[in-house]
Design a protein around this ligand. Structure first.
Ligand SMILES: Cc1cn([C@H]2C[C@H](O)[C@@H](COP(=O)(O)OP(=O)(O)O[C@H]3O[C@@H](C)C(=O)[C@@H](O)[C@H]3O)O2)c(=O)[nH]c1=O
Length: 184
């Protein structure tokens, strides 16, 4: 399992194009304030055009999903996300690499997930995250496979997570690569 700092340097990130920025929280007697997004930080290739807020119960898994058109940039507001990543881009220098990044809300960060990098979100505790996308929601860009496909290289610390119907019915990684046109 990796900490977010591993993704701070775009030149040394374990998965090409997955770049993160730690966020600074300013606390005072009233509470705290954290900037979560500045266009000038250049997290992600494009400017988000849509933002979603998501509440998840403990032991929820979202994914594993793959987008070919839009990238996700996300931050965790409450709880903790274990972000599983798998680089499916044949032309990527880190093709085939899988990883899990720990994203606790009390150490906030914004991370970008480029197109072609499969990803899943696992929540060991009740959590809230928000994410931006650079295209409006389009179901045709919501590809995916079974969360625990061994070929993803994601060693999830979960056995029997709560899944959506769509994710329960998801196919194999081989089928995903075929549909996505990413088979070698
Ligand atoms: C993603 C999305 C979903 N929806 C609707 C569709 C559905 O009725 C309900 C829940 O959607 P889903 O089950 O697809 O949500 P979820 O499984 O959380 O999907 C997300 O998973 C993570 C891993 C990602 O990578 C995201 O990009 C997205 O794919 O919300 C929207 O209206 N707008 C949106 O932008």
């Amino acid at each position: 399992m990796l900490e977010i700092e591993a993704f701070a340097d775009a030149a040394a990130t374990p998965i090409s194009g997955v770049v993160a920025k730690s966020l600074i929280t300013h606390a005072d007697s009233r509470g705290d304030l954290t900037e979560i997004y500045r266009k000038s930080w250049s997290i992600g290739s494009n400017t988000p055009v849509q933002w979603n807020v998501v509440h998840s119960a403990a032991n929820v898994m979202r994914g594993v999903h793959l987008h070919l058109k839009h990238e996700d940039i996300l931050t965790v507001l409450q709880g903790e996300m274990l972000l599983g990543l798998s680089d499916l881009r044949p032309s990527s220098p880190t093709h085939g690499t899988g990883a899990i990044v720990r994203m606790p809300a009390d150490s906030p960060a914004m991370i970008a997930i480029p197109v072609g990098v499969a990803h899943g979100f696992y929540f060991p505790v009740p959590s809230i995250h928000i994410y931006g996308v650079d295209f409006d929601f389009d179901r045709t860009d919501e590809l995916g496979c079974r969360w625990n496909e061994p070929g993803l290289g994601i060693d999830w610390p979960a056995d029997d997570p709560i899944l959506s119907e769509r994710d329960t019915d998801a196919g194999s990684l081989a089928q995903l690569l075929d549909v996505a046109g990413l088979s070698e």
